[in-house]
Design a protein around this ligand. Structure first.
Ligand SMILES: NC(=O)C1=CN([C@@H]2O[C@H](COP(=O)(O)OP(=O)(O)OC[C@H]3O[C@@H](n4cnc5c(N)ncnc54)[C@H](O)[C@@H]3O)[C@@H](O)[C@H]2O)C=CC1
Ligand SMILES: Nc1nc(O)c(N)c(N[C@@H]2O[C@H](COP(=O)(O)O)[C@@H](O)[C@H]2O)n1
Length: 281
């Protein structure tokens, strides 16, 4: 289950049937002409559309352990993920995922009109931990024209390695600076503002555990517009990277508040099931 995919598997073009896309589309940002998008953007006071999406096991694990790339999605749900990537302006992961998986973060699905569309890879790396090089998959794919150059979000005041800056800029990517709070984390609102300023109108947040849990904990501000989770029919066992946000105590010592989904749709996809919803207010 944890064997890394070979090069051929990683680079083959995927197809996602339009009958399945129709089930997911109501949870995605609309595909409208640029002018309409900008009008909506203004009406929403510059709120970037945020889709939280990932694959987990029956015991809510994203991977066997923090450093281990773990294939969970089947063929069809994997194609769905690549469809989602084509339907968002950006795809965001934490540095833990970038280091563990060396991900491509591009879209390999052919859309109904036979075109492909690439999201901007974004990596949250406040302390500059990601030791990427020209051979890192996301950089290589951008150099080959199969994806966009990544944006790496680091803390304001971070010292940037010149060599790394050049590697990113050569493929159209770059470093961006975001203020951090006392815990050394970005506020999600700041992250979305920085992306919005650069023209991003929609972002899918893909993981890993720390990113997802911190986003769910922050969602009292209504940042998450939709949630699309692939559930794979397997238990990974204890020790995995698990989605389980910190509890928020209820008022007056009552039971903890739950983060619950509303407007729910369950879509079987091969052996997996894809759960779509919106966070209940
Ligand atoms: N099955 C799936 O769909 C996915 C699985 N994964 C798996 O998840 C695992 C990695 O997860 P984690 O170790 O939890 O790492 P992570 O990818 O969540 O990255 C954690 C790091 O991101 C940064 N970060 C997170 N939230 C931040 C915030 N609010 N502000 C600033 N920086 C922030 C911090 O530097 C933190 O140390 C890997 O094994 C990977 O394979 C990752 C993505 C999707
Ligand atoms: N949807 C989904 N299903 C799985 O089974 C996964 N392991 C992941 N992981 C995410 O996808 C990234 C790898 O992407 P590339 O194929 O290299 O483009 C990985 O880093 C996780 O973010 N997702």
């Amino acid at each position: 289950m944890s064997a890394p995919p070979n090069k051929q598997e990683q680079e083959e073009t995927l197809t996602f049937p339009s009958s399945h896309a129709a089930l997911i589309d109501p949870y995605l940002p609309t595909l409208s002409p640029e002018k309409e998008n900008e009008d909506r953007w203004e009406k929403m006071n510059g709120k970037v559309y945020l889709t939280l999406t990932y694959a987990h096991s029956l015991d809510a694990a994203l991977s066997l352990s923090p450093g281990v790339r773990t294939a969970l999605s089947g063929r069809l749900s994997k194609a769905m993920t690549h469809y989602l990537r084509a339907r968002h302006d950006a795809i965001l992961v934490g540095v833990g995922t970038a280091v563990a998986d060396d991900p491509g973060l591009n879209s390999r699905v052919r859309l109904a009109d036979c075109s492909t569309r690439q999201p901007r890879p974004v990596v949250l790396d406040p302390r500059g931990r990601w030791a990427f090089g020209a051979e890192s998959k996301v950089v290589r794919l951008a150099a080959e024209g199969k994806g966009l150059g990544p944006w790496v979000l680091v803390r304001e005041g971070a010292v940037i390695d010149e060599g790394r800056r050049k590697i990113l800029e050569r493929v159209g990517g770059g470093f961006m600076f975001v203020p951090v709070g006392t815990e050394g984390r970005f506020q999600w609102g700041d992250v979305l503002r920085v992306l919005g300023r650069e023209g991003v109108r929609s972002v899918m947040v893909e993981g890993g555990g720390e990113v997802i849990n911190s986003l769910l904990a922050a969602d009292k501000n209504g940042l998450v517009d939709s949630v699309i989770v692939t559930i794979a029919p397997t238990w990974l066992g204890q020790g995995g990277v698990v989605v389980s946000p910190p509890r928020v105590e209820g008022p007056n010592g009552g039971p903890p508040q739950q983060v619950r989904l509303a407007d729910v749709r369950w879509c079987p996809m091969g052996d997996d099931v894809v759960l779509c919803g919106r966070i209940a207010k």
